[in-house]
Design a protein around this ligand. Structure first.
Ligand code: HEC
Length: 244
């Protein structure tokens, strides 16, 4: 450390202007990330959301920049998207579903820029295939992560006879009566606010069931939890009612 300082000081004192110029030049150039991905179900994502290659500062849940995957992308077709000149403050470049405020809902792939400090200008990444149908996102990024440990993941039907594992969850939720609250439904198609799923996850839902679900999503989603709840509501509100 001492030798390093000794080497730096003379440079700073005799030519500091030059050093600042170089730093600025680096910041404005930055790395470029090129991500290739095959996307399924983009046409089923509500228009309140976009799939984007987005840059985030550490701890910030709003993207600094976001490059949208075009809604016209062919289903299951490969698309390449470029995030150029990534600012040095950016800690992750993510393939993410974001809302209109550029707030992150879920991350589908993430690149930690620290891992690439020595890389060439362009970092090319293949993210494989992603499924962005709203229910697929909820299944993979909410139920599989935060719910199935109690709801069916260990075999059996799960707490309250509600199995939320892949292939089971939809049919166990949508327009199915609650086993705990008489007269209510787990999910009411087209009506989030009437759905027990919405009510137990929302603030104020602490005492509806014996088990308080309002904090279940907090450790996984931290600052993004309100946006994730809204995403679940939008999925419910977009479900066609049985009369339609
Ligand atoms: C630590 C265990 C645990 C976790 C994690 C958990 N639950 Fe539950 N869940 C329960 C229990 C226990 C009940 C039954 C509560 C009661 O009897 O009042 C329940 C009940 C429910 C019900 C009501 C079912 C009905 O028929 O009335 C829903 C809906 C539900 N959970 C959804 C979820 C979702 C969605 C998640 C993840 C975001 C989740 N749960 C995570 C334990 C859990």
């Amino acid at each position: 450390m001492l030798t390093l300082l000794a080497a730096l000081f003379p440079l700073v004192s005799c030519d500091s202007g030059d050093i600042i110029d170089k730093t600025t030049a680096y910041d404005s150039e930055g790395h470029t990330v090129k991500l290739t991905v095959s996307v399924a179900g983009l046409d089923e994502l509500s228009d309140k959301y976009t799939l984007a290659l987005a840059t985030f500062k550490s701890g910030d849940n709003y993207a600094l920049t976001a490059y949208n995957i075009p809604a016209t992308t062919e289903d299951n077709g490969a698309v390449s998207i470029i995030a150029p000149h990534i600012d040095s403050q950016v800690s992750t470049v993510e393939l993410a579903v974001i809302n209109r405020l550029r707030q992150r809902i879920v991350t589908l792939a993430s690149i930690n820029m620290d891992d690439y400090s020595d890389a060439n200008d362009t970092i090319s990444i293949n993210a494989g295939t992603v499924d962005v149908r709203m229910f697929s996102i909820i299944q993979q990024h909410v139920f599989d992560m935060s719910c199935i440990q109690c709801h069916g993941g260990n075999g059996g039907n799960g707490a309250a006879n509600l199995n939320l594992t892949q292939g089971q969850a939809f049919n166990n939720l949508v327009d199915i009566p609650s086993t705990r609250k008489e007269g209510r439904f787990r999910v009411v198609s087209g009506a989030a606010s009437q759905s027990l799923l919405h009510q137990i996850l929302a603030e104020g839902g602490e005492d509806i069931l014996h088990y308080n679900h309002t904090e279940v999503l907090s450790s996984q989603f931290k600052n993004d939890v309100a946006a994730v709840r809204t995403f679940i509501d939008d999925w419910i509100n977009n479900l066609k009612t049985s009369q339609e």
